[in-house]
Structure formats: structure tokens, C-alpha cells
Write a protein that binds this ligand. Structure first.
Ligand code: 5U1
Length: 791
């Protein structure tokens, strides 16, 4: 309140602001400020009204709940008003509530902290972030659903609530009263919300800022068919109109409702006194991020219905219940600037610099903006007031711009033309789509600095990744030391780590004799990495630990991985075209080859598995290869017909127009396309190179497949794990292969069976998890004998 403003003026201003927010929140489902800001304005108004009771009017937002009902829905009068809850934000607020309850019930006070005296029994439930609704059951049938509206009058949403899958249309069991009105929250789970938004993004539909908005927008649809397609859920937390009493306590009432088929919270608990309430608050708070739905606090209610009656109501809030809110996870702040950070792969990412603000108990001054598509989606400008959200340990995000508050001097966010770290050019990535032999390009959302290891930012990140625990695992090389090494020019590529001298390390800040020796020892210890670790450490874009392990396990040698053609890489399980091209391009780049050569020269000794793994040697067929060549207008059937007619790639390459014309299963356009494709010498050579590499890498070719066809385990993939007593693992493998099976090194959903001897570990666990057939040694021997194999 400014000096010039009177209390009456400030009250009027607050009311009009709150009314505007209420309208957007309750009527339009488009909140313009986070709950925390609304709560602040509300509390400010309440405090002023408490100071000036003569200024309280019945139309003040403090005197009613929510906004007016939408006129397009029918009106429903709540015979028993739908109340709101008082809020506790601090521990002391809750203790104060407990004190008032005890005073109201004329219970002994206990000490100052409320200890001692008979504890009040409370019921505890999470406070779901959704919409309060009332459901009316007459003779066990759902006859009406209504929103809370302003607490006295709501909207008739019967058709919509009937579509919510966990709302019973008819009560179960027996003994329910002839008239039963229940109350609860309609909400959307986090997973349901993500799926809804993902679908909307795919189809160009409207996305929602959070699950609450999504639930509100879905429930208040005039067309209930739309509501039916939305993943809404209901959770019952109370009773409205009822003929007779249901149970003597709140928790018993809810358990009874549950028996009648109404969903209640799985977190419903009883607490004896305020201390146990606080324990519950802390426990739910710690698990908040892992709950399937969003909550903004917990609700405590005096459990005994008789005591509830004794306590009664104050204005529109029960004296026997309170919401203990969690610190707000959304807040308003100002976007001061957008800076661009350069990552390990050179991606230049916008980062929001914010006016520091407390969100969920933590000061937030930066938020991720992901990429320029996100900046465009948000429509954010520097100087804007934005809503930031912090959920669990996730990096804070900008959720929305408060466009009404955009200042006149707001500036657009612009990608720098040159890298802020090294000054190299920044280029926009292109998305390459390869389909049917054609490549099409579209602009990507990511911008990249072209400086690579010459860019200090990329170099530092690359080295931090290279030395990390899951990569080369060099202990004692923290981010700050990497920075020093790079800044002092001692390390210009990961290979330089292996030529560092004692004197160079000793001269770094914070290093003494022992620490210098220790660091050099851990660098030396990392000289014999497994191939998988080394591949991961190289930091190939899109190649995480699992892909690195797969490459090492299947191809066995760095040399093979480095020369693998993208089409050949796509024969590996879970390697798609995009990743295959990233891997191929990485090893094609001269500077990457130089770094790898320098690492090997500086003493890296790779622990390679050597052999090609049978997992790779899946059967290749000619149609499969033709399909990977992406010949325009030749789909799977055409590829099969071509392969059947000509029998080998060479014969297809050599086919002339007459040969092709005689082929029935291919239309004119496709035949011409085949002719043109192989007339292109480069394409023909590439096709031959793929075929040759597949053979070189030990791929069983279709013709060889014929030899195993008809064998009892043909087409099956088996895994051996643990030790076997009757024979060596190698012999067991031979026996399985003799029956036509492939023997793979890892368990996947495609595994046909697992033989697990004593000592089997993670592979057995994974097989059980996937519900695969698992044989112990005796069962395995019986299987072999059953097929007439000598054991
Ligand atoms: N879990 C829960 N949420 N909630 C909201 N219980 C609960 N009770 C409420 C409200 C508004 O009100 C009753 C205490 C009347």
C-alpha cells in the first residue's frame, strides 16, 4: 500500500485483482498467475479486512469461494455449501490450528508445543491439485455431478462425470443411504497429463500448462465425448448430504465409501496429535515427486464426527479441518536476460537468467529454455514476467509468460551468430530425413558452435565427460581441475591427459605432493578401459552407456565400430538410422580420428572382446538389404519380388532393362527406379560395400539360414548364464547351435530361453523380469536329450 492509498482503496484494488484472477482460474481455466501469488493477494486482503472489519462486504473474495458458474451448464444449488479450507503454510500455523481445536473441544492444553494433554485424532490425506466436485447418488445410482462453483451454486456436469472411469455409476454392496452426496477431487495423473499433451503436440491440438488446468479444461467441456477421451480420475474425500450417519469417524466413513465402490486416497492415515500430523506432512512431502499425481499439500481433519459437529464452522471454513500447504512450486519472476551456453556436443542452448525468487523453498535464478523452439512456443521476451516452476529435483522451467505484464521495452531472444566462448560460427542443425533413397532437410531446433575441441566450452565438457565415473573413471579430476587444465593450455584434447607430468599437476591450484601423485596414478589406472567404456567416453552424440555397451558387445573391436556403415549399424537391435549416422559421422570426422589415434599412441590399451558376437550375426536377407537401401518406390513386397527373381545383389546390379521389365511383381515406376538407382555407380558401389561388410562382420546370409531351417531350435535365440557342471559353456553353446539356435550374450524380449546355472546374476534377474523361459541345468540337459543330443 502506498502512502497515498487509503485502506479502502487498497482493499478495492486487491478485490478487483483477485476477482480477475478468480474469473480466469475458475471460469476460463486460464490462470494468469501462480497459486502462490493468488494466495499472497488473498492473505493481504484478509489481513486488511481483519484490521478494518467495517470494510468487509458480502461480495469480497474472502467471503466466497471460486467464480460464477458458466451459463451454458445448468445450475446446481448445493443444499449443504461446498466449503473451502483454511491454509497452514508454516509448522506454527498447524500448531495454532491444533491449539484452536483443543480449545474448542475444551481439552487440556498441554505444554506450549501442544505436547501432553490428550492428543486429538486427525485424519490425514493428500490435497490433490484438481477440481472439487459433488456426486449425488439416489438409491445407489449416480444421478448428478456438479462443480463447486462459488460454493453455493455450481455447474451441472453430470454427463461429464459419468465418463470418468473411476466414478461408479451405481454403488456397490449394500447398506448405502437412499440419498448420498459425496465430495472429492477430479484430477489428472502426471502420466495422463504427459500422454494428453504428447498427443496434442502430435496432432497440433491445445497443450495444457499443468495437470490441474488439463483436468479443469477437460471436465468443463460442453461436449461430454471430449471429456470421455481425457484421462480424468476422481478421489473422494468427504460427504455432503446424507440421510442418517455413515460412521462415527471421518476415516471410517471413507472406508465405508470405499466399500461402496468410491475411490479414496491410498494415503489416508490417522494421526494422534499434531506431531504425527507433522510427520505425515514431511513423509508425503518427501514422496511428493514420486506420487503419480500432483498435490499442493495435505489435509488434516478432526477424525471424530461428533467433535467436528462440536467445533462447527467459521464463515465458510470448517473449524475442524485445515490444508497444510507445501511451499509453492510455481512463482512469478522477471526474465532479466537469456544467455547461451555451449555444451559437450557444441549445442548452443538458451538459459534464462531470472530475478532471484524463492520456489518451493529454493532460490531460483536460472531456468532452462531447452532450445529456440521452446522460446518460440512460450513466446517469451527479455523483460517479461514469467511463471517458473520447480518440481522435485528437476531444473526449474519457465511455464508461461504473463503477457499482460509485458513491458514496452521487452526485447526478443536472439541466437548469437558466433559462439559466446570461442567466437566460431554458430550454425543451425538440420534434420535429415532419409526415405526411399531421398534425403530431405528441415531446420532443427538446435544451434551448434562449429568450433569442436577448439572451443574451450566444448573441450571442457568433453573432458569432464571423458573422465567421469561411468566413462574412463578417473578419480580426482573434478570440474574445477579440468577447467584449470584447459585454461592453462595443458590439455587440448582428452589424449593430453595421458602426457601430463608431475610438475604440471603440482603447479595446479590445490595440488601438493601426494595429491599430484594420486591424480597421476588414477590417470594411469584408467589406461586399460573396456571397449564399452571407451566408446561411451568418446562422447559420440546420442550414444549413451547402453548403446556403447551394445556396440562393444556385438562388434567386439573399435576398428569395426569405426568403419561400420550406417546401414550395417542399423542391423543392431535398438540402433535406428539417426544414431547409426551419428556414430558413422563421428568416426568419419578427421579431428575425432586424430584424438583416438593420439589416445592409443599415448598408451590407452583397449580391452576388446574381439570376436563378433552372435547377437549381431542375425540373419540378413536380400529383401532386408534392399529395404535398407531405400530405393524410391520399392516397398517391402517389391523388395521381396526383386530378391526372389534375381537371387543376389550382384544379379540385380547387373540386370538390364529387359530383365527388369520381365519382373511381374514390380510396377513400371519401381522398375525404372531400380534401374536408375543401380545405374548410379556410387549407389551400386555403396550397396555392394554394405553387403560385403555384412559378410565381413560375420552376418549369416539367407542362404546359410536354409541350412538351419528345419532344425528344432531354428530361429530361436538362447542365453547361457551362470556355471554348468556337466559341460563347459562353450560346449553347451555348440549343442544349442547344432539344434539351430543362436546363442546371444544378453537377455532381451526377443530371447527364446535362458539356461541359468549356479551363480547366475543380472541376466537371470532380467529374464525373470521379462517372464522368459528359464531352464536350470537339469532341465537344459533334458531338453537336449529330448532332441536326441548326447550329453
Ligand atoms: N483431501 C482433501 N481435500 N479436500 C479439499 N480433503 C478435503 N476436504 C475439503 C476440501 C475443500 O473440504 C472439507 C473439509 C469440507
Amino acid at each position: 500500500m502506498t502512502d497515498a492509498q487509503t485502506a479502502a482503496e487498497r482493499i478495492a484494488q486487491l478485490r478487483s485483482e483477485l476477482d480477475a484472477h478468480n474469473y480466469r482460474y475458475y471460469v476460463l481455466d486460464e490462470p494468469s498467475v501462480p497459486d502462490a501469488e493468488y494466495d499472497r493477494l488473498f492473505r493481504a486482503l484478509k489481513a486488511l479486512e481483519a484490521e478494518h472489519p467495517e470494510l468487509v462486504t458480502p461480495d469480497s473474495p474472502t467471503q466466497r469461494v471460486g467464480g460464477a458458474a458458466l451459463s451454458a451448464f445448468g445450475e446446481v444449488r448445493h443444499e449443504i455449501p461446498m466449503l473451502s479450507l483454511g491454509n497452514a503454510f508454516e509448522e506454527t500455523d498447524l500448531r495454532e490450528f491444533d491449539r484452536r481445536v483443543r480449545e474448542g473441544l475444551e481439552l487440556p492444553a498441554g505444554d506450549l508445543l501442544g505436547h501432553g494433554g490428550a492428543p486429538v485424532e486427525y485424519s490425514c490425506e493428500p490435497k490433490l491439485d484438481g477440481l472439487a466436485v459433488s456426486l449425488l447418488y439416489e438409491r445407489g445410482q449416480l444421478v448428478r455431478g456438479a462443480t463447486r462453483g462459488d460454493g453455493s451454486t455450481g455447474e451441472d456436469i453430470t454427463a461429464n462425470v459419468r465418463t470418468i472411469r473411476n466414478v461408479p455409476l451405481k454403488l456397490h454392496g449394500e447398506g448405502w443411504p437412499a440419498v448420498l452426496e459425496v465430495r472429492g477431487e477430479v484430477y489428472m495423473s502426471k502420466a495422463g497429463f504427459e500422454a494428453l499433451n504428447a498427443k496434442a503436440m502430435e496432432t497440433g491440438g491445445k497443450t495444457f500448462a499443468n495437470p490441474r488446468n488439463a483436468a479443469a479444461g477437460s471436465l468443463r467441456q460442453l461436449d461430454s465425448k471430449i471429456t470421455a477421451g481425457r484421462p480424468l480420475e476422481f478421489c473422494c474425500y468427504g460427504i455432503g448430504r446424507v440421510e442418517g450417519a455413515i460412521a462415527p469417524s471421518h476415516t471410517e466413513s471413507l472406508q465405508t465409501l470405499k466399500r461402496w465402490g468410491l475411490p479414496i486416497s491410498r494415503e489416508l492415515k490417522k494421526a494422534q496429535g499434531v506431531e504425527q500430523c507433522l510427520d505425515y506432512y514431511r513423509d508425503i512431502g518427501a514422496r511428493r515427486a514420486s506420487l503419480a499425481y500432483e498435490i499442493d499439500g495435505v489435509v488434516f481433519k478432526v477424525n471424530d464426527i461428533g467433535q467436528q459437529r462440536e467445533l462447527g464452522f467459521r464463515a465458510r471454513e470448517p473449524r475442524w479441518a485445515i490444508a497444510h500447504k507445501f511451499p509453492a512450486s510455481e512463482e512469478l519472476t522477471e526474465l532479466l536476460d537469456v544467455e547461451f551456453q555451449v555444451g559437450r556436443t557444441g549445442a548452443v542452448t538458451p538459459v534464462a537468467r531470472l530475478k532471484p525468487v524463492q520456489v518451493a523453498g529454493v532460490t531460483v535464478s536460472n531456468a532452462t529454455l531447452h532450445n529456440m523452439d521452446e522460446v518460440a512456443r512460450l513466446g517469451v521476451m527479455i523483460g517479461d514476467t514469467v511463471i517458473v516452476r520447480r518440481a522435485g529435483d528437476v531444473i526449474p522451467q519457465i511455464m508461461q509468460v504473463v503477457s499482460e505484464r509485458r513491458p514496452a521495452d521487452a526485447r526478443p531472444v536472439q541466437v548469437p551468430t558466433h559462439c559466446p566462448v570461442c567466437g566460431s560460427e554458430v550454425e543451425r542443425t538440420q534434420l535429415v530425413k532419409r526415405s526411399k533413397g531421398r534425403e530431405s532437410f528441415s531446420a532443427g531446433a538446435v544451434y551448434r558452435c562449429v568450433g569442436r575441441l577448439a572451443c574451450q566450452a566444448q573441450l571442457k565438457q568433453a573432458i569432464i565427460h571423458f573422465v567421469s565415473r561411468r566413462a574412463m573413471d578417473i578419480d580426482g579430476l573434478g570440474d574445477k581441475i579440468v577447467e584449470q587444465l584447459v585454461d592453462k593450455g595443458l590439455v587440448a584434447s582428452p589424449a593430453d591427459l595421458y602426457t601430463l607430468t608431475y610438475d604440471q599437476v603440482f603447479a595446479l591450484d590445490g595440488f601438493a605432493e601426494v595429491s599430484s601423485q594420486n591424480l597421476l596414478a588414477s590417470i594411469a589406472d584408467s589406461r586399460r578401459p573396456t571397449l564399452a567404456r571407451f566408446i561411451f567416453a568418446l562422447g559420440i552424440p546420442d550414444v549413451g552407456e547402453e548403446t556403447a555397451k551394445l556396440l562393444a558387445r556385438t562388434l567386439g573391436r573399435l576398428e569395426r565400430i569405426a568403419r561400420a556403415l550406417p546401414e550395417v549399424l542399423t542391423y543392431l537391435p535398438d540402433v535406428g538410422a539417426e544414431v547409426a549416422y551419428e556414430i558413422h559421422n563421428f568416426f568419419e570426422a578427421e579431428h575425432n580420428r586424430e584424438v583416438i589415434a593420439a589416445l592409443l599412441k599415448n598408451g590407452i590399451e583397449l580391452q576388446e572382446e574381439g570376436d563378433l558376437h552372435p547377437e549381431f550375426a542375425a540373419y540378413a536377407s536380400l529383401p532386408d538389404l534392399l529395404d535398407k537401401l531405400n530405393i524410391p518406390f520399392v516397398a517391402a513386397t517389391g523388395a521381396r519380388n526383386l530378391a526372389e527373381r534375381f537371387g543376389s545383389l550382384e544379379a540385380i546390379v547387373a540386370a538390364d532393362w529387359l530383365d527388369l521389365s520381365a519382373l511381374k511383381g514390380l510396377n513400371e515406376k519401381a522398375r525404372k527406379s531400380v534401374r536408375d538407382f543401380f545405374a548410379d555407380l556410387a549407389k551400386a558401389a555403396h550397396a555392394r560395400a554394405i553387403e560385403a561388410q555384412l559378410r565381413d562382420f560375420g552376418m549369416h546370409w539367407e542362404s546359410e539360414k536354409k541350412a538351419v531351417e528345419g532344425l528344432p531350435l531354428a530361429g530361436q535365440s538362447w542365453v547361457l548364464t551362470g556355471s554348468l557342471e556337466a559341460m563347459s559353456r562353450d560346449l553347451a553353446k555348440d549343442k544349442l547351435e547344432a539344434l539351430g539356435a543362436k546363442v546371444a550374450g544378453s537377455v532381451s524380449a526377443r530371447t527364446s530361453g535362458v539356461v541359468a546355472g549356479p551363480g547366475a546374476g543380472s541376466k537371470l534377474a532380467k529374464a525373470s523380469e521379462l517372464g522368459l523361459k528359464v531352464l536350470d541345468e537339469a532341465q537344459f540337459l533334458a531338453l537336449l536329450r529330448g532332441f536326441g543330443v548326447e550329453v
